[in-house]
Design a protein around this ligand. Structure first.
Ligand SMILES: NC(=O)c1ccc[n+]([C@@H]2O[C@H](COP(=O)([O-])OP(=O)(O)OC[C@H]3O[C@@H](n4cnc5c(N)ncnc54)[C@H](OP(=O)(O)O)[C@@H]3O)[C@@H](O)[C@H]2O)c1
Length: 273
């Protein structure tokens, strides 16, 4: 277990999930502190996790090895600029804010600050997330390992070597939970049209998504092979898959993810001003 000191700036949903995940992994509450302007938020996080909390961000970052900035994207510029005079060159800053480029963050924090930019997703709130991480040049191997350990507290971690790939991560996993919600919704409604009650159709759709995801993650075979294995010639699954494909399912998915990646780049441009 690492003895790293971690400061969270912003103690909302994501910070609380990360803190809970770190404690569950064996981190000591004394290694973690957080700052937040909300007295109620501070009281809640302190009571839930037993960590020190501060109203002032500069108090939280003192002597921290890693500073996780977990405020809304719109608050990032002011928070980074206010922190800048209080940062030490060796402190790793981890940003989990959606849509803010490393170049903007470094402009606000100081260009030499080691920085890891992360794109987590909502299931991280249940410890079932997947995050895409990008490290800037100043980040050491040890700091990379720390960022990996940190985000692993709420799920699976992947690294990308080019920052532009974060837009693709956003398109696949950042926005991805909503695609599965849409599919669950559509399958539930279709089940109702086929004669099931809403509750039964929803339970079937939700647990089918969960079971299929578990099989895909656990199996050595890829999704295409798993699909072939459950698709008997001239059977019911084949009838459905043929219907999906005749309606251009793959092209629809590709187009949707391109739209998300494009919007991610556009938002980064706007939020980085
Ligand atoms: N939730 C997710 O599933 C998810 C997924 C991917 C990425 N993210 C990213 O994670 C970040 C945090 O999201 P969240 O859902 O945890 O938001 P959240 O629950 O609103 O938490 C943000 C916290 O930061 C506080 N804050 C505001 N200004 C601050 C300041 N100047 N200094 C310190 N703290 C300040 C907020 O206080 P007030 O409420 O009083 O303003 C709030 O308690 C966002 O940038 C988001 O893009 C979240």
């Amino acid at each position: 277990m690492s003895k790293t000191r971690i400061a969270f700036i912003g103690a909302g949903n994501m910070a609380s999930s990360l803190i809970g995940g770190l404690l569950a992994k064996g981190f000591d509450a004394a290694q973690i502190r957080a700052s937040d302007p909300g007295a109620d938020t501070r009281a809640k996080v302190a009571a839930e996790h037993g960590i020190d909390v501060f109203a002032e961000n500069e108090k939280a970052v003192q002597d921290a090895d890693v500073i996780v900035i977990a405020v809304k994207p719109q608050a990032m510029k002011a928070v980074c600029q206010d922190l800048r005079p209080h940062l030490q060159p060796k402190q790793l800053v981890v940003s989990i804010a959606a849509g803010i480029n490393a170049s903007s963050l470094l402009e606000w924090l100081g260009t030499q600050q080691p920085l890891v930019r992360c794109m987590p997703n909502t299931p991280a709130l249940l410890g079932k997330g997947v995050s895409g991480l990008f490290a800037t040049q100043q980040v050491t191997q040890a700091q990379r390992a720390l960022a990996d350990e940190l985000l692993s507290a709420v799920g699976v971690v992947v690294w990308v070597e080019q920052e532009a790939q974060i837009d693709a991560v956003t398109a696949v996993s950042g926005s991805g939970p909503a695609y599965f919600f849409l599919l669950i919704e559509a399958m539930t409604n279709a089940g109702v049209k086929l004669g099931l009650s809403h509750d039964v159709a929803e339970k079937l759709a939700e647990h089918t998504a969960l079971g299929a995801a578990c099989m895909a993650v656990d199996s050595d075979a890829d999704a295409a092979e798993l699909r072939r294995r459950v698709t008997s010639p001239a059977g019911t699954t084949e009838a459905a898959i043929k219907s999906f494909q005749a309606s251009g399912f793959e092209a629809t998915v590709e187009k949707a993810l391109s739209a998300a990646a494009h919007r991610s780049a556009e938002l980064a441009e706007q939020l980085g001003q």
